[in-house]
Design a protein around this ligand. Structure first.
Ligand SMILES: Cc1cc2nc3c(=O)[nH]c(=O)nc-3n(C[C@H](O)[C@H](O)[C@H](O)COP(=O)(O)OP(=O)(O)OC[C@H]3O[C@@H](n4cnc5c(N)ncnc54)[C@H](O)[C@@H]3O)c2cc1C
Length: 379
């Protein structure tokens, strides 16, 4: 996006990538259909040490700009849920679109090109040393992404480069990632792998309502992936197992109308049966509803509304969709993404400490920040 924007402005642009082809993360994204944007994208959907930083770029390149580009290339798309737009056919179409725009703008792309060293010469030029030769330029844009999925070409190169040029880098960690369970929690849930249920996951004052999936190693599904970006080991994670339902009222109604029915049976009507049984085995006592005291029912309602699940860790960069943290936005201009201290040096996309929620927000940040830098270079 940055290359094609700068190229359209008449600049001579060279893209270097060590991978064997461009846009590999786009290709694998959205289950092969690329969730390329979210119509509701706003600064509130991003995690960053400075929540205001992303505003300028997002305001100047909106989801509608990208949708217009997609439509101009006659790529069919659909909304899945919550404003998430996916290709009808394949994410290959998004890569092909970007490559076609780059070709049209005269951008040269070299793949299989490892950058061995970068120098900033006295003349103010960037000199890149690669096995394919040396390249010099007045501006250098670092768009090397985060650490997620190393097998796809992810590397810490952008962070190293930032440090080389004196840019501060905030600690990184995996985001949008399944959480792992250990000990008692793992033993109690492991054999329920595959069971999924709607929950509202809350951590550090942030909540996401969507499905949770129990896996062999822990928990996943959209609600857990979302909350993982707000969770760190030791943080209190709570799950509302009956989101949108007043548990206390529901239990009182059941006690009145189904006096002889056991708790696990009624819970099995609103939760997956095996999960309800497991809850009653380990987290609450199971008996006919008439036998519960008001205090016991109150405690059960509280547990159902804020079930404490102690995650031991995350699956890490191997499966994470994004990397939280990265190049500190304090050292960058929010309107151009240029370093505040080193002229001509830009950082865009995931390498920057701006991380989106699940649902097309990360690509929107990549497009918007790329566009902002592409418009600013040489200006
Ligand atoms: C499985 C998966 C699915 C995803 N699905 C979605 C989705 O549907 N919607 C969404 O919004 N987001 C999704 N994301 C997140 C999204 O892919 C990223 O946030 C986005 O690609 C970031 O763009 P970027 O250009 O900053 O970095 P990247 O797309 O990661 O690109 C970085 C590029 O830099 C190259 N590079 C890295 N190191 C070097 C080096 N040392 N030398 C030369 N080149 C280097 C890499 O080869 C790569 O081509 C997904 C991520 C994953 C892992």
């Amino acid at each position: 996006m940055c290359a094609l924007t700068a190229g359209q402005r008449g600049l001579r642009v060279l893209v270097l990538d060590h991978a064997n082809k461009a846009g590999k993360k786009i290709l694998m994204s959205g289950g092969g259909r690329c969730n390329f944007t979210n119509t509701g994208a706003s600064p509130a959907n991003f995690v960053s040490a400075n929540k205001h930083f992303c505003k300028s770029a997002l305001a100047r390149y909106t989801p509608w700009h990208f949708i217009a580009l997609v439509e101009r290339h006659r790529i069919a798309y659909h909304e899945k849920e919550l404003g998430q737009l996916f290709c009808d056919d394949s994410s290959k179409q998004i890569v092909a679109m970007l490559l076609a725009e780059c070709a049209h703008a005269g951008v040269e792309i070299r793949t299989h090109c490892t950058i061995e060293r970068v120098e900033h010469t006295d003349a103010g030029h960037y000199r890149l040393h690669t096995p394919q030769g040396h390249f010099a330029s007045a501006a250098l844009v670092v768009a090397s992404g985060g650490l997620s999925i190393p097998s796809m070409g992810a590397s810490g190169f952008g962070y190293q480069l930032a440090k080389q040029f004196g840019q501060h880098v905030l600690p990184t960690r995996a985001g949008l990632v399944p959480l792992t369970l250990s000990g008692k929690h793992a033993e109690r849930l492991q054999d329920l792998a595959g069971v999924s249920l709607p929950v509202e996951a809350t951590c550090n004052g942030v909540s996401f309502r969507n499905f949770m999936l129990i896996t062999h190693r822990g928990i996943s599904g959209p609600s857990i992936l979302q909350i993982s970006s707000y969770w760190q080991p030791g943080d209190d994670l709570r799950l509302d197992l009956l989101p949108g339902i007043d548990g206390a009222q529901q239990l009182a109604d059941w006690q009145r109308t189904r006096r002889d029915t056991e708790l696990k049976t009624v819970l099995g009507e609103v939760l997956p049966k095996r999960f309800a049984q497991r809850l009653c085995e380990h987290w609450m006592t199971n008996k006919p509803l008439r036998q519960y005291t008001p205090a016991e029912l109150h405690a059960i309602a509280e547990l159902l509304a804020a079930w404490p699940l102690i995650a031991s860790g995350s699956e890490g960069y191997r499966t994470a969709e994004v990397t939280l943290g990265g190049v500190d936005t304090d050292g960058l201009s929010s309107s151009t993404l240029q370093s505040k201290t080193i002229p001509g040096l830009y950082f865009i996309g995931e390498v920057v400490d701006v991380t989106g929620w699940l649902g097309g927000y990360n690509f929107q940040w990549a497009w918007a920040s790329g566009h902002a830098a592409g418009m600013a270079i040489g200006g």
